[in-house]
Design a protein. Structure first.
Length: 207
């Protein structure tokens, strides 16, 4: 009887340990490897997958930037009429970088932000919309990457503009834009690091 009882107790302990181990495994956070930048053999960035499940930081409609931001703003009619509409820009950041920024006020290395561009539309297929704008076809996917180890890297941030296929999906990996075309402008006018946090309420404002 004692042998049977001991055997039952041992079996129960093993089962309990297995349940605890399984629970710990399930509670373990997902690996961050999926949100690190990936490059092909030519040093081109591979479009990140699943970025719509990242942290959505903000959106804007038809932004147009001043030709010379250093000059004082002129009084009167703005250079861009906001009533005209334009393309929607939706911006996402990888979750690890969002958490790090919230904790430290700095963007870690690596960081990725994805800008998804949709054509602004005023007429829907069902004809229910009387006024206003909505997001139509996707017309662009751009990625900003902070990665000191990126192939051919010199400056901390690089910017990528992906071509879309007939299904509006990024078709092939793409090379970084020349530093002079994006990096210096972002560095000069961004409110934090090279990120225009001033336009993204999820990063700009406290919860």
């Amino acid at each position: 009887m004692r042998t049977i009882r001991r055997s039952c107790i041992a079996t129960a302990m093993v089962s309990a340990a297995a349940v605890i181990a399984l629970g710990a495994l399930r509670a373990e956070p997902p690996s961050s490897a999926a949100t690190k930048p990936t490059y092909n053999a030519n040093g081109e960035l591979v479009a990140p997958e699943g970025f719509r499940s990242w942290v959505f930081v903000g959106a804007d409609l038809g932004p147009s930037y001043r030709s010379n931001p250093d000059e004082p703003a002129k009084q009167g009619k703005p250079e861009h009429d906001a009533t005209v509409g334009g393309n929607f820009h939706n911006v996402y950041i990888n979750p690890e970088s969002y958490r790090a920024y919230r904790e430290t006020g700095e963007f870690p290395d690596p960081t990725m932000l994805v800008l998804e561009v949709f054509r602004g539309e005023t007429r829907d297929a069902k004809g229910v919309l009387e006024r206003g704008w909505f997001e139509g076809k996707r017309v662009g996917v751009e990625v900003a990457v902070k990665d000191k180890n990126r192939p051919g890297g010199g400056v901390p941030w690089a910017y990528y503009d992906f071509r879309l296929d007939d299904k509006s999906k990024p078709s092939t990996p793409t090379a970084a834009k020349p530093d002079a075309s994006c990096y210096q402008c972002h560095l000069k006018h961004a409110s934090v690091d090279n990120v225009w946090v001033q336009f993204y309420p999820t990063l700009r404002d406290p919860e």
